[in-house]
Design a protein around this ligand. Structure first.
Ligand code: GDP
Ligand code: IMO
Ligand code: MG
Length: 413
């Protein structure tokens, strides 16, 4: 059976921290979508790890880590992450032979397209994610398993570059030197071939083990259900974790939704509860809200009940973790969005288009001193009231409350 950790907002909720916290209960930790656009932070005994492609279970020495078929893998980044790690993670890592590969030209296309979109840029991470998934859907992508036969792969790529000559010219991107490319692919093969396998079969053969699926990005960035086109290019929701791993729907046991006690977004697109004033700046400062992957400042605002309910339903969440409660320490009042308004009409669901949506807020009394608290009864009264208010309104049990980046700064209810 598999449990799933999934982001309920626009990413960076603290999925990495919770995956690491619970990983000791699991035999296998699986990434099933996204790529190195993800940046998952784990802090253990003051030491910080930023993971992009490696599942956040890698700090648990017992778990097997799987990069599933739904992930887009930039081999250069994967090799870098493996080599930077302080223990031999290679023996505990499997990469799907069906996972699509990001090559350098995907990164160049991503950046060129963003440049051409000008003020309508999506604000991608520039990691080649969209172009790699586009090739997958267009059935012209290359998969990790193809590293087994470099001659054949080179033939296929030569044809690909030939077909895309005009497009590359338009984007002012150079077609790579084929000798250099072959060397690069051979290097990937030498480094990774032992880890590449049919991970779907591996998961089926281990169905009696405890598995944890680690979501990347988050619900509101989902290609179908997010704020299109300001989304990522994969299905980030629970159902995407199944296609991205090959696990059957009935293998899914518990779904844990992760949300911050407020909201952030990095990149462009609608964000109804964004606070462009002092409060937003204070959240950014206290929460160190700068991207793990790109270092960009994150846009900050208040918790959005409407968006959270939408995300909880889409994912079928059994329980929720509320992260970074400590960041709201010191606010006299905290706001929570309990409804939307458009053209004087009240809306109590998350619509397909957010144009013109205005949040309806309630204000709750603030608190101080939640940082580092590990027991519910030790939380300040108003912090408890805040959590209970969220719980009542999202209609789902808040099992975890995070009060600091470290693994230990967590309340389990
Ligand atoms: P992910 O992408 O969902 O794994 O989240 P990120 O790692 O990108 O961003 C979350 C950031 O918040 C990281 O820097 C974490 O170390 C940090 N963090 C996680 N939980 C807490 C918390 O409860 N309090 C504080 N202050 N920081 C936290
Ligand atoms: P984790 O897993 C936050 C955002 C980008 C951009 C949009 C599309 O750490 O939560 P992409 O490069 O995927 O084509 O960019 O999605 N984005 C993220 N935002 N956290 C992430 O991952 C993200 N991955 C992508 O900022 O708005
Ligand atoms: Mg992140």
């Amino acid at each position: 059976m598999a449990d799933l950790i999934v982001g309920l907002q626009w990413g960076d909720e603290g999925k990495g921290k919770i995956v690491d916290l619970v990983a000791k209960n699991y035999d296998i930790v699986i990434r099933s979508q996204g790529g190195h656009n993800a940046g998952h932070t784990v802090v253990v005994d003051g030491k910080k790890y930023a993971l992009h492609l490696l599942p956040s279970g890698v700090l648990n020495p017992n778990a097997m880590n799987v990069i599933g078929n739904g992930v887009v893998v930039y081999p250069k980044q994967l090799i870098k992450e493996i080599n930077e790690f302080d223990h031999d993670i290679k023996k505990k890592l499997l990469v799907s032979d069906k996972a699509h590969m990001i090559l350098d030209h995907h990164i160049q296309i991503d950046k060129a397209r963003e440049r051409l979109r000008g003020k309508n840029a999506i604000g991608t991470t520039g990691r080649g994610i969209g172009p790699a998934y586009a090739d997958k859907i267009a059935r012209v992508g290359v998969r990790m398993g193809e590293l087994r036969n470099i001659d054949k792969l080179m033939e296929k790529l030569a044809h690909y570059y030939e077909m895309n000559k005009g497009y590359f010219e338009y984007l002012e991107i150079e077609i790579p030197d084929m000798n250099e490319l072959r060397k690069e692919l051979e290097f990937y093969k030498d480094e990774l071939i032992e880890n590449i396998t049919d991970t779907t079969k591996y998961l089926w053969d281990n169905m009696d083990k405890n598995m944890l699926l680690e979501g990347a990005q988050a619900t509101l960035l989902d290609i179908d259900h997010g704020t299109y086109p300001y989304v990522t290019s994969s299905n980030t929701i629970a159902s995407g974790a199944l296609t991205g791993s090959g696990l059957p729907p009935k293998a899914l046991n518990k779904v844990i939704g992760i949300a911050k006690a407020y909201t952030t977004r990095v990149g462009n697109g609608p964000f109804p509860t964004e606070d462009l004033g002092e409060a937003g700046d204070k959240i950014r400062e206290q929460g160190h809200e700068f991207g793990t992957t790109t270092g960009r400042p994150r846009r900050c605002g208040w918790f959005d009940i409407i968006a959270a309910r939408y995300a909880i339903t889409l994912n079928g969440c059994d329980e929720v973790a509320i992260m970074k409660l400590d960041v709201l320490d010191g606010f006299e009042k905290v706001k929570v969005c309990v409804g939307y308004e458009r053209d004087k009409e009240e809306i109590d669901y998350f619509p397909s288009e957010l144009d013109g949506i205005k949040p309806i807020y309630v204000e709750l009394d603030g608190w101080s001193g939640s940082a580092g608290v590990t027991k519910w009864e030790d939380l300040p009264e108003n912090a408890k009231k805040y959590i209970e208010f969220l719980e009542d309104n999202i209609g789902t049990h808040i099992k975890y409350i995070s009060t600091g980046a470290d693994r230990n700064s967590t309340i389990i209810r």
